[in-house]
Design a protein around this ligand. Structure first.
Ligand SMILES: Cc1cc2nc3c(=O)[nH]c(=O)nc-3n(C[C@H](O)[C@H](O)[C@H](O)COP(=O)(O)O)c2cc1C
Length: 366
């Protein structure tokens, strides 16, 4: 039995294999509300045979969206729209579903990527004033964010908790807090974006304070036993920035507070980042975190081949692998991986008749 297809338990949730579908923004929401696009998109991924499907970054407040077309989970309307999509998906798939709760901070208020993705200034259509740890823009030509004061911090912390309560009401199986890719919580973690002089800036302990408070608020608002995980950038790939040693300290602090798993990505905080992009380029970061904590660790980034994924979990570099572009390109990737590795994958009964003869017993009835 390949390790990739061995079940794994996180909190009270058991996944049938170690393939995680990473969160992927679709820029197809209307005022934060999911649309039929999400039913189609999440529906096809929910039939892929992966162990768990992660809903794209869902903003905990309107100004926390990357773009005006992002999904949100901040009021009854956004909750109801997500509920409608989930009802359709769940009717036909039993795949566990997680959601990424997010706030984009200074990287908010942008155009959709296929419209260029540039920042939209406040006052322009679909633009708004951004917020961050400090008043430093992501790119020097951009509108500067407002540095959050104590009331602003409390508002965002409460918004994460409220979104966690809505997540619980929707029956979603797990929460992933987005503390990676240069978004708000990462803006607090990194000394490059956090120049505060109060108890939320300066020392590593101070920079971790707000992300840890958000974790505690989400953990308290979500049913005990249901996983709350954190996605973090293992490094900024910039000298003097957030790095793997700080990531390990953050992971240990989260472990003490009851984090269910750590998901290790990288970059996104600073335009000067120099990323050595290539297969497995972030796996060494995941391995270092795995050596330091006992909760499951997820590796992500250019994992494209079944044998590659099997080697990562088989040699213990990580406990699970997450896929984004690979599974967007080929939503049947888990089937193909099971075929290549000699494992079995559960499929919807409607699909049972398509099993190729040469892969005897590939499908089980999910
Ligand atoms: C279309 C698209 C949308 C994405 N949206 C998100 C997101 O909502 N949240 C997030 O943390 N990462 C997001 N990412 C990053 C992926 O989750 C993943 O970390 C990255 O693409 C590297 O994995 P890959 O090489 O398997 O694509 C997105 C990536 C793509 C391609």
């Amino acid at each position: 039995m390949p390790k990739l297809f061995e079940p794994i338990t996180i909190g009270s949730l058991t996944l049938s294999n170690r393939i995680v579908i990473a969160p992927m923004c679709q820029y197809s929401a209307e005022d934060g509300r999911m649309t039929d696009w999400h039913t189609i998109h999440l529906g096809q991924l929910a039939l892929s045979g992966a162990g768990i499907l992660t809903i794209e970054a869902a903003a905990v407040s309107p100004e926390g969206r990357i773009s005006y077309a992002d999904v949100g989970l901040w009021d009854d309307e956004t909750e109801a729209a997500m509920g409608k999509v989930l009802e359709s998906v769940r009717r036909w798939s039993s795949m566990p579903i997680a959601i990424q709760l997010a706030h984009a901070g200074r990287k908010a208020s942008t155009a959709k990527p296929w419209d260029g993705g540039a920042q939209i200034a406040p006052g322009e259509p679909n633009g708004w004033q951004t917020v961050s740890a400090s008043g430093l823009p992501f790119q020097s030509h951009e509108n500067a964010p407002e540095a959050l004061d104590a009331a602003g911090l409390a508002r965002i912390r409460d918004a994460f908790a409220e979104a966690a309560r809505r997540t619980a009401r929707l029956g979603i199986d797990a929460i992933q807090i987005h503390a990676a890719h240069g978004y708000l919580l990462h803006q607090f973690l990194s000394p490059l974006s956090n120049h505060r002089t109060d108890e939320y800036g300066g020392s590593l302990e101070n920079r971790m304070r707000f992300p840890l408070e958000v974790f505690d608020a989400v953990r308290a608002a979500f049913p005990a036993g249901k996983p709350v995980t954190v996605r973090v950038s293992g490094t900024d790939w910039v000298d003097g920035g957030w790095d793997i040693e700080q990531t390990i300290a953050f992971s240990r602090a989260l472990e003490q507070r009851g984090v269910s798993a750590m998901h290790i990505s990288s970059g996104g905080l600073h335009p000067a980042q120099a990323i050595p992009v290539g297969p497995n380029y972030q796996v060494p970061l995941a391995r270092k975190v795995k050596e330091a904590v006992s909760v499951p660790v997820i590796a992500v980034g250019l994992i494209t081949e079944p044998e590659q994924a099997e080697a990562i979990v088989g040699t213990g570099e990580a406990d699970m692998v997450a896929l984004a572009r690979t599974v967007l390109y080929d939503p049947r990737w888990p089937w193909h991986a099971a075929a290549a590795l000699g494992a079995q994958v559960s499929v919807a009964p409607q699909f049972l008749r398509c099993q190729p003869r040469r892969f005897k017993d590939l499908f089980s009835n999910g």
